[in-house]
Design a protein around this ligand. Structure first.
Ligand SMILES: Cc1ncc(C[n+]2csc(CCOP(=O)(O)OP(=O)(O)O)c2C)c(N)n1
Length: 641
């Protein structure tokens, strides 16, 4: 039997090896990369569609440029798998993609000198690349800076702000617009329509098609081909009104076929020589190489795991409760049907937030504004000012971008906007760019704000009802993934704002917990009772702001130890709120705070493994509480209390 051919990919240690390959070998390399991405994401999950779409583009970039001397800045950086595979991060490291000890799902500076700039949030590439290009000009070094932006990046305010500054900042910048017509869902808005027109202009394309045939049919094929490429570039404006990008001072090249390696390399080489900023409009197919992904780009934007042959998603374990986002989506759709003032707003995440249910059932009351969190919040504020009850569904991490709008436009004017912050807590496989560990800290200092977190999905529905009826800014944070598995009432109830729920009485210790930590608290309390005969109470705080100070003080004055538990950074978090409340009341209670430390939490295989890595496993928590209790008891004995 003949030995299987060794893979070209296995011999790629860095960009020099990519350059050394003969052009005829590149399609095989591209196929091997696709196979590797499909096989790894099928088990590890990840951004399969976006990466399958940029295989040729990334190979061409590495053939033409020289990283790490030249810098590639990928927008979102979720499409960087190919770049990783070509820059010495293949093999087992890539096979542990998004797991503890494996490759990050995004570009990450500590991971490789080839990662010029890290990301995870959208719309940052053009600004960052412009900054790098300007620094290069100031320093007088000659390297190239290439920003690779998806079409949806151009729905982001920051991208447009950067675009407005290109011409005044540098003469040398290369922007690759990777246009696959999809954000996660279909790209939205006027820019998406514009790009579509640009790429499908029939006059232009027909003339070009005819001329291409003519030129390439002539003798001296290579020279004629060069002439054809030049002609194409130079005449674009004549047939399609000068592109928007040219109005911003960038030379526009395209649209070009993003899966044609030769065409890509030729145009990148041309851009490299340009003495003005250049934008190359590259058309790619999201999911190319996997039929299921090509047919369902939204589903295959980011996946948990799937059958690499059929594309069928890995079924959740039987009995897995519905995800928080789905319970939220259902509750919102119902509210919107009952109350025409209720509208749902998403910034390009209809499925991730659960809002697709509203889009399907009450489309008039659904708005997808693109990757534009600032606008989403201001748009909601405007609607609220006209008597509507908007609900903004934005992940905790992405809401960071709209901080000024939250303060200046919503809270200061005390407008009734509800914010539903999914992915509060850990987003384990995605890592530090996606963990929702800061929202309590950035929200609880703002006047007029009500901030809550449900212990389960039924309480989430109650909180949504409460928030929409409140008449002032309300924020609900809840975690990624399945709910606690409780029954959701047929009709949600309005909660009493600022009232916590006592789940268990205790006279030695009281555990004040929020969200999923309530379940941990109940287990710890039970274990301390069984193993140490301690009387431990549990409070589901429900409201972080306003905090139930009455209950807290009534307990803190009689119970020796209060422990706070949160799925948030300790700095400025829920425990800090408890400390402040006690200090303001001159209550000298002993408080132990449990939460995430003052560092960026890495990506990891799951919530459990990350909790264990950071000393927050259920056993660690149990030990922490018990040790604190023992220390306190010893101190009290010493003090004669
Ligand atoms: C600020 C922010 N909001 C939302 C997201 C979620 N998100 C990740 S990728 C993506 C779509 C990106 O589309 P595009 O830039 O066109 O790249 P493609 O995936 O199509 O290659 C979105 C909305 C994000 N990463 N950052």
């Amino acid at each position: 039997m003949k030995d299987a051919q060794p893979r070209l990919l296995d011999a790629i240690r860095g960009p020099a090896d990519v350059k050394a390959l003969a052009p005829a070998d590149l399609p095989r390399l591209a196929q091997e990369i696709r196979d590797e991405i499909i096989s790894v994401t099928a088990t590890q999950g990840g951004h399969v569609g976006p990466n399958l779409g940029v295989v040729e583009l990334t190979i061409a970039l590495h053939r033409v440029f020289d990283t790490p001397r030249d810098s590639f800045v990928f927008d979102v950086a979720h499409q960087g798998y190919v770049h990783k595979l070509l820059t010495g991060r293949g093999g087992d490291f890539f096979r542990k993609l998004r797991r503890s000890g494996g490759a990050s799902g995004f570009l990450y500076r500590p991971e490789s000198p080839h990662d010029a700039f890290g990301a995870g949030h959208a719309g940052t590439a053009l600004s960052a690349a412009l900054g790098m290009a300007t620094a290069r000009d100031l320093k007088g070094t000659g390297e190239h800076v290439v920003a690779v932006c998806g079409d949806a990046a151009f729905t982001c305010g920051i991208t447009l702000e950067a675009l407005n500054n290109v011409v005044t900042s540098t003469k040398r910048l290369i922007v690759v617009l990777n246009d696959n017509q999809w954000s996660i869902a279909r790209n939205v808005g006027a820019m998406a329509k514009y790009l579509n027109r640009l790429s499908t202009s029939t006059t232009y394309n027909r003339i070009h098609h005819d001329l291409e045939k003519f030129f390439t049919g002539l003798p001296h094929g290579h020279e004629m081909n060069q002439l054809w490429v030049k002609w194409k570039r130079e005449t674009k404006d004549f047939f399609v009104n000068s592109s928007l990008f040219e109005k911003f001072g960038l030379r526009y090249i395209g649209p070009i076929d993003g899966h044609n390696l030769e065409e890509l390399q030729k145009n990148l080489e041309f851009a490299k020589q340009s003495d003005v900023p250049v934008l190359i409009h590259v058309m790619t197919m999201k999911g190319k190489g996997l039929d299921a992904a090509l047919n369902s780009p939204e589903k295959f934007h980011g996946v948990g795991g799937f059958d690499p042959v059929t594309g069928d998603p890995v079924a959740p374990k039987p009995g897995t409760p519905p995800a928080y986002q789905d319970v939220f989506g259902q509750a919102l759709a119902r509210l919107a049907k009952e109350d025409p003032r209720v509208v749902g707003i998403t910034a390009a995440m209809p499925s991730g937030t659960g809002l697709s249910k509203l889009a399907a059932e009450v489309p008039r009351q659904f708005f997808d504004v693109g990757i534009a969190e600032e606008h989403a919040v201001l748009f909601a504020a405007g609607m609220a000012a006209k008597g509507m009850r908007p609900v903004c569904a934005i992940y905790s991490t992405f809401l960071q971008r709209a901080y000024d709008q939250i303060i200046h436009d919503v809270a200061l004017q005390n407008l009734p906007v509800t914010f539903c912050m999914d992915r509060a807590g850990l987003s384990p496989n995605d890592g530090p760019t996606h963990h929702g560990l800061f929202d309590i800290a950035y929200l609880r200092c703002i006047p007029n704000v009500t901030l809550m977190q449900p212990k389960d999905e039924d309480e989430l529905a109650d909180m949504l009802q409460t928030a929409v009826e409140l008449g002032s800014p309300a924020f609900i944070r809840y975690p990624r993934g399945p709910g606690a598995g409780v029954r959701v009432k047929d009709r949600p109830e309005r909660l009493e704002v600022g009232h916590a729920e006592v789940l268990r009485e205790g006279s030695n210790i009281v555990l004040w917990a929020i969200g999923p930590m309530v379940r941990d608290a109940l287990q710890i309390a039970q274990r301390l009772r069984t193993e140490e005969n301690l009387s431990v109470g549990v409070v589901n705080a429900r409201f972080i702001r306003p905090l139930d100070r009455t209950l807290l003080l009534s307990q803190a004055t009689v119970v020796p130890l209060i422990v706070t538990m949160e799925d948030h950074a300790l700095t400025g978090g829920f425990g800090s709120a408890v400390l402040e409340a006690l200090q303001e009341a001159d209550c000298p209670a002993c408080v132990e705070r449990i939460g995430w430390p003052d560092k960026f939490v890495e990506h990891g295989s799951g919530v459990e493994s990350l909790r264990a890595a950071y000393g927050l496993s259920p056993d660690d928590l149990y030990r922490r509480v018990l040790e604190r209790w023992k220390r306190l008891s010893a101190e009290r004995v010493e003090a004669g209390a």
